[in-house]
Design a protein around this ligand. Sequence first.
Ligand code: IPE
Ligand code: IPE
Ligand code: MG
Ligand code: MG
Length: 325
Amino acid sequence: LNGKVPADFDFSRYLSEKRAVINHALTEIIDRNFDDSRLCQAMSYSLMAPGKRLRPILCLAAADAVREPAPESPGDCPENAAEADGTRTCGDILINAACAIEMVHTYSLIHDDLPALDNDRLRRGKPTCHVQFDEATAILAGDALLTLGFEIFGSTAMLEPGSHPGVLIRVIGILGKAAGYRGMIEGQMRDMAAEIRRLDLDALSRMHTLKTGALITASVTIGALLGGGSSDQVRFLEIYAGHIGLAFQVTDDILNVEGDPDRMGKSVRTDQQRGKSTFPGILGLDQSRDFAAELVRNALQVLDGFDNRADPLRALASYVIDRNR
Ligand code: IPE
Ligand code: IPE
Ligand code: MG
Ligand code: MG
């Protein structure tokens, strides 16, 4: 699967560099905005726990895949022209969007772990938010991270010189829809219902596409839009993301069966205990692996028309199924 990525592309370095960018930006947002209240402590506890940052990295990588190469010096960047203090860079809107996505994702994890949903005690290698704090605080910390994502993106985006309001409003709509009742939340509802009534393969794929695929697709689409991609490029990247979003959740199901809980930082073998509908449950492990690999091949094919700026997206597609956490 890695055949299409040049051997000299250092993916693990790419991942750790982008992860550091996201972690730095999240830390800055926290330092600038949070106080020492119990609510802020709970928000920061879950947000800064060691997540993979896959969705914000996909957002940055999608922008890189379509964006014209950066100008030689920051002064050449039109978005920076009005900035006298030199603190702002071309990518501020993009980084804020990526951080907003990670906040929405972290909220979804906090709520997913609650006793009323999956009732999990371990997340990102630490006690879940409701175990570390309490259930009411965890619910509210989730609510607050969800809304903070939109606040951060909305408030900074409008200030950026040269930014196009139409694109920014579209981004807000895409994120809201992906996270909402026709996206992730509907997927979570179907996941809960499927504990009682078994799903067939099609229904399971649709459920995964909503609960996990929607936010992954939004991450890529938002990156492509903010990177200035053409409508064709955005459309192709959306299809790419649909494939890897489903592959990601199929792999999550596989890791729940055979993964190492220490490495993953969350409990394993819980899906079967709770009677969840999963890919390994319906197809078995081998066929689930084959299916995930086929999805990644499809994703790579969609990138055929893109040049080497899409190499990170190519490597990320393989990473989605080769990961061990
Ligand atoms: C876990 O997502 C929840 C799913 C949608 C399967 P990740 O595996 O991306 O979790 P973190 O962000 O790395 O903790
Ligand atoms: C989590 O799905 C999906 C969302 C948080 C929206 P799972 O419940 O399958 O993922 P894990 O295994 O708890 O991370
Ligand atoms: Mg769940
Ligand atoms: Mg869960």
